[in-house]
Write a protein that binds this ligand. Sequence first.
Ligand SMILES: [Zn+2]
Length: 431
Amino acid sequence: MTTDDFIHDYIPLFFHYQELMWDRYAHELDNDTGCVESDVYTLCHRHRYVLGKSPKSREEAVMQQIIARELVERHPLVARLRNRLDSWSNYNASNLTRAELAMAMKPDVLNLMEHRNRLAQDLGYVSYPALALKSSDTEELNVRDVLRGFLSRNLPRAKDLIKHHGLTTENGYPRLRQLGGSTPGTSRSPLELATDLAGLLGLSQLLSHVSLHVLESGFGYTGAIAVPGDVRILTRPITSLQEQATQYHELGHALAHAANTGPGLFKTWTSLSDETMGVLMERLASRLVFTEEQSQLVADISLIENVRCAVSSLFELDLWSSPERAEELYAEHYGKLGLAISEPALWALDTFRSIDPVYVHNYVLGAMIADRIITHLEALFCVRTEQYGPWLEQEMYQCGRQEPLPAKLKRLGIDLSDWPTDQGHSRSERS
Ligand SMILES: [Zn+2]
């Protein structure tokens, strides 16, 4: 059994799973992912000999990242609980209040966390978060300190904005989505918006690999069914500034996949790299497409969301070590946003606690990295934006997972190890 054997069997399963998820979200199919998940688990179990060795190549390092993560996520107990939690109808949700639903789901969420932690420890990791951060090339970034630093710089302004827009724990998401209302840009169709932005960045040719699927009930989702040839964006008719920004975010995911010509395992991605490319496109669009007033509003929305993501991640990191204090920790962390926490039990409803664990920090890190990349692009090309895209294609997209994102950035002179971790105001994060 060799690395090549693994790649030969794994890649078709990986993309088959992406297609099943696409069908679930875009066509609302209640499909069963059990078979493919169990095949992935069996395959990774057969190749677990690679774990614990010092990797001889980047390919082998990626293989280790993938196998460790899959041995936990596709473990039959984990897969069963995660899929059960993915559909609220399993909990008879229509007859319950949100707090009752949270109470009904809580034992499964805690059980799922316990299984993940134990399986990660069986593989030699300190905890599940340690495994997740390592498999995303994030283990050296000291995520907790970076998030704390981000909060100390941005929390006061986020609290003012939350108050100003009348956001509460209950209305937060819907009201954020509607901020900005209809905008001049929104008379354009989703395809026209994507075509315009790709053109401004000199990336039009990549759109031949990307298809847009507009559904009334659609939401921001990108499916990479084959890399680089078949990348799909699920979107909806744009009715607000926030939805428009989300579509640009999805376009960022899609263009990175559509330009990835890496072989084998390098066609896959880490969550950090994927979200960074999404946020980067959102932020470039804000500069290139929106008016100054719109751009400020998008920056405000993004600041509120990133601060909430930082709070959510720090809560989660504490939750992994003290799950028995869930409600207390939830009230303690979310209380920092200045919001009244009337039902701390609601933490169990958040999909970042079950379906997408140790993920939400990627949006915050992604925003901080995206700002660094934009500063770099402006220094290189000034306002010649049609040169931004070819540079991104060559330096960020093409080689896919062949090089870890922090290493790619370091090679370009963007060093993430000097992130401010406590005091210190970063202008780009607030504008
Ligand atoms: Zn994203």
